[in-house]
Structure formats: structure tokens, C-alpha cells
Design a binder for this molecule. Structure first.
Ligand SMILES: N[C@@H](CCC(=O)N[C@@H](CS)C(=O)NCC(=O)O)C(=O)O
Length: 210
């Protein structure tokens, strides 16, 4: 197994997930700033040209951080970050999809179209005029998540899950790149501080190969 890691939020989600599971995964760093992920060598491994990716022992390569997390959880079920039962897994995936489809994808695309424009313009279609609207939707949908959160410390109540990790990493990235969120939100504000105190939050800033 070999992780193609990078200094970017999607790979950091996976690093935090792996750290919380207590796994050690060999990794190499892909220099996305220099566009190494868009060169022939990397594209031969992952034609999507994105990070993270995981080279499996059967020689195939898996992309998409969520798919990689699901794979690792199946191979290493404990500690469970998706769930131990069908019900737990379904609740995690419900929150995970809410997080990705309503908040983090908007943050990601707004970054591509604004603060990251110079880097991404040569790589992917960009729509700079959409950036402000995407940022507003992400903030609105975060308030929506805040309103749906229960009394527990995490999105899935008492269980820390992959959904928390994904939202935390992307909000942390957002506030460093021109998309600060409202820390006064009643549930998400304290939840963010709780996640930030976990050792994996600081440790996941560092690339695995460093
Ligand atoms: N949906 C994918 C997104 C992957 C993605 O966009 N990765 C970014 C880093 S956050 C990347 O590799 N960007 C460099 C590029 O697209 O050239 C996932 O979650 O794995």
C-alpha cells in the first residue's frame, strides 16, 4: 500500500482519518503546487490527476478520499470511524454526504475560482464570477448543519466519525484561505474547538513522508 499524499485539504482529511485509526501507511508526497499531479507519471497512476490516491497491493490505484477511507475502514474496522453496525454506518454516511455536498464542495470550488484562481486556471474550468455565491452558500449550509446537530459532541452524537474529520479539515482550510466561518454558531463553534484539540488535528498538518 502506498499513499500519494499532498499539502492540500483532501489529503489532510485522509491523514487525520488514518491518524485517528492509529494506522501507519507508507506515503510519498506529490507536489501539487508544482503541478506534479498533472504530469504523465502521476496520471498513469491516477488519471483524475488529483490527490490523495492509494496504490493497493493488487497494483490498482484508488482515488477519492471518501472511497479510500471506506476501504481502510473495511480493512481495519477498529476504531470505527464510519460505524460498527449498518445503522451507525448509514448515519455517518448521511452526515458525510451533507457535509460534502452542501459545504465542503462549495468551499473547494470557491477556492478554485478565487484565492486559488491563478493556480487552477491552467488546470480546470474556473468560473470566477461564481466564487462569491459559492462562499455564501457554504456559510448558509453550515448554519443549516448547525441547526440539525443534536446535543452530542459530534455530528453523529457521541461518535467521532469521518464526517467530523471532513468538515473540520475543510473549515480549517477555509478560514485560512479567505472563507472564515461564523464561530458564534451555537453547535458548530464549540464543535470546531473540540475537533481542533484532538492531537490528530495538529498532526495531520504534517505530510506523512516528512
Ligand atoms: N473529490 C476528491 C477531490 C480531490 C482534489 O481535488 N484534490 C486536490 C487537493 S485538495 C488536488 O489534488 N488538487 C490539485 C489539482 O487538482 O491539480 C477527493 O475528495 O479526493
Amino acid at each position: 500500500m502506498l499513499l500519494y499524499d499532498a499539502h492540500s485539504p483532501a489529503p489532510r482529511c485522509l491523514r487525520m482519518f488514518i491518524l485517528e485509526k492509529g494506522l501507519r501507511v507508507p506515503a510519498v508526497t506529490v507536489d501539487v503546487f508544482a503541478g506534479e499531479n498533472r504530469q504523465a507519471d502521476y496520471l498513469a497512476r491516477n488519471p483524475a490527476g488529483q490527490t490523495p490516491a492509494l496504490l493497493l497491493d493488487d497494483g490498482s490505484t484508488l482515488a477519492e478520499a471518501v472511497a479510500i477511507a471506506e476501504y481502510l475502514e473495511e480493512r481495519h474496522p477498529e476504531p470505527a470511524l464510519i460505524g460498527r453496525s449498518a445503522e451507525e454506518r448509514a448515519h455517518t454516511r448521511q452526515w458525510w454526504r451533507r457535509v460534502e455536498l452542501n459545504v465542503t464542495e462549495f468551499i473547494h470550488n470557491a477556492y478554485h475560482y478565487a484565492e486559488g484562481l491563478a493556480r487552477f486556471q491552467p488546470r480546470i474550468p474556473v468560473v470566477p464570477e461564481a466564487a462569491q455565491g459559492l462562499k455564501q452558500v457554504a456559510q448558509d449550509r453550515l448554519r443549516w448543519l448547525d441547526g440539525m446537530m443534536g446535543p452530542g459532541p459530534y455530528l453523529c452524537g457521541e461518535r467521532l466519525t469521518a464526517a467530523d474529520i471532513w468538515l473540520y479539515v475543510w473549515l480549517d482550510f477555509a478560514q485560512e484561505t479567505g472563507q472564515p466561518f461564523d464561530h458564534a454558531l451555537g453547535k458548530i463553534g464549540p464543535w470546531f474547538e473540540r475537533l481542533a484539540r484532538r492531537p490528530s488535528a495538529a498532526a495531520s498538518r504534517q505530510l506523512f513522508a516528512d
